[in-house]
Design a protein. Sequence first.
Lengths: 447, 352
Amino acid sequence: MQHLIILPDLGQTTSEAKVLKWLKQPGDPIRRGEPLLTVETDKVDMDVESFADGFLRGILVPEGSVVAALAPLAVVTATLQESWMPPAPATEQPAPEPIVSREKPAGREVPAAPELPREPAPAHEFRARPLTPEQQLAMFRRMLLCRQFEDRVYYLFLQGRMPGTIHQAQGQEACAVGVCAALGPGDMITSTHRPHEHAVARGIPVRSLMAELFARSTGCCRGKGGSMHIGDVSLGMLPAVAIVGGGIPLAAGFALAFQYLKTGNIVACFFGDGATNIGPFHEAVNVAAIWNLPVVFVCENNKYGASTAIEKVTRVPHVSDRAGAYGIPGRRVDGNDLEAVYAAMLEAAAAARAGAGPTLLELETYRFAGHSRSDPGHYRPKEEVEQWKLRDPIERYQRFLIEQGLLSPEQAAEMRNEVERELDEAVAFAEGSPQPAPEDCLTDVFA
Amino acid sequence: MSSHNPPVVRKLTMAEALREALREEMRRDERVILLGEDIGVEGGFGGAFTVTLGLEREFGHHRVIDTPISEAAIAGLAAGAAMGGLRPVADVQYGDFLFLAMDQLVNQAAKMRYMSGGKLTVPMVFRAPVGATTRGAQHAQSPEGFFLHVPGLKVACPATPYDAKGLLKTAIRDPNPVLFFEHKLLYGSKGSRKEAGGWELVADVPEEEYLIPFGEAKVVRPGSRLTVVATLLMVHKSMQAAAILSESGIDIEVIDLRTLVPLDEEAIFASVRKTGRLVIVEEDNLTGGWGAEVAARVADACIDYLDGPIRRVAAPDTPVPFAPVMENFYVPSVERIVGAVKALLGAGGSVG
Ligand SMILES: Cc1ncc(C[n+]2csc(CCOP(=O)(O)OP(=O)(O)O)c2C)c(N)n1
Ligand SMILES: [Mg+2]
């Protein structure tokens, strides 16, 4: 199996990059997600990662050369034994000379697994909660689905198979899953420009999400929405709102309808730390407070709004402190602790359902990836990223479940494989689905 | 460009040309400050499209000011600081976010001079990237038309690096609030982008200082059979259409308006009086775009010279769709421009 590594599309203002340094040499083992080379655009230096496990075989562009977006860079094969071919040239340019410098002798067949972070965050802080083992395993699996969905989407981007841009949430799974696990079928969530994990956690089928990202007519928004607007109101998620803070008044409004119609449902309103400085946040939280609207304001404080650190733009130390200004409870929760998020959300949801009004939940978390696909995140100290990776919510919960005797490492591995198969199916469904017709853009303007 | 004294000329992208305009004006005038999100963060992006990249190193954070995500405040801060004696250049990351700043721009910045009986000036610039680039409905709109309708606001919309630099410098020195629209697919980078249609995104920009006055359209291609009026990305698509049409012997004139307020009516009228036919090309929705205003004024002033109806090539009246196949249908294409020109010449009975 041969994989062609390309220079990914780096955004709207970058069409080419210079190869600075190859981090691997032909013959080296490579894991999916591991950097292969560093490139320099007119803005930044960034790593290009492999989307496949295997071995680097051919380097197609030498260091110092300038390549266009989507141009081939390297060939990775699944095994060291198999032969490989440089890609057929797309244009009249001569085929690139492969630089097959020093293939290492065939070694181990399977590349070494990356080492897990050594000092894990304590996994014992989970209090006893009214969760059955089945629920715990289901929540764990849902976190895997969130993470692996995001990873898969990222690899599809690296392969140049998806249009547009993406904002990914790897690292924030406990927030999405902990909150959504406390909701019922009639409840509603609102989301942001970073909505994939919210949607997966809410239970929108991954095939309809994948199809939307592939811009297909079978997508949850029929190809009209795209990554930043995924959602399905019939399944409890309004189309995501990509205007920062724009979803917060909508959440309050939806809650007003729930209150008026006496449905007993609530709205969980997701937004980021950056959104707490925009006017609509303050207007909507105040109104929800004075009218006791059945809404929970869920702030995923991942410390940054794009490149801007929250403490540079906010004077209060914690987002949850702001609740006091509206006379509602504010709770600060470890957003990488699945059951802590779940417990806090259950309590806030119960209050909202009981007519006691909104809570401002601040979930402290971190996004492992850059702000968007083309952001290498140079504004964050490396040590900070590494520290947070030690608190990976999935690794933590897995350790907890294993300690509790609810899960074995083998079962966890099997679950991951099962999720991969589900995603394979979703990608196949999406890629096999029809494109919308061009004129379809003319419909759905008015009801 | 001046011809007598051969200037030092470099190839710049529009992003670089805009950055140079900001740098020159900040060096020239200490009152010029920049306000916006992620514009001066170390290790950051230089705004959403790199225009301010590195400026904080030269001018410091007291002049390249990173704000919270607070568009209404950004616009109001700019207007307030302008009245207070500064020359702020603020920006939104995407033109769609202008709608969060509408009160400060429309009710405050635009009306202050009038309400004060002419005692106040509001010398501010508000930059906004526009245009559809497969990001879906909330990162794609071309909202220039909204601002045309606001007395007291000027509107600039450069199509080339050269014009972008000269117009931005003029905007900064203008005593009025200026909305400055930039097209995302024209910011450019080395090499040309596929979705930008493959045209050259770098252009000659002289090192010596120059300003481009507002209200002067540019005839980017002289021609005799028909006039095309366009702005931003549509200038480039119209030029491609002109090249295709010239292969079948149809020679059209292409005018880049460069500013919408003030509007260079005379340039449009003169061209229409010469060619007798007008096609207006804009990326905005058809209804109520700037093209409607141009059409009305041409009908008013040049009706006797017109040999056929005025045609508009614009986006349909829908939000911007995400799927590339739909977006390509939505955004006016070179083929649609060619078709409109041919239909109009056919209707006039004189296809060349
Ligand atoms: C009103 C508005 N301003 C600016 C942006 C551009 N933008 C998109 S995401 C983002 C940062 C948002 O930060 P945060 O709310 O913390 O969410 P996160 O990205 O961390 O999930 C910015 C500035 C936007 N989409 N909407
Ligand atoms: Mg954030």
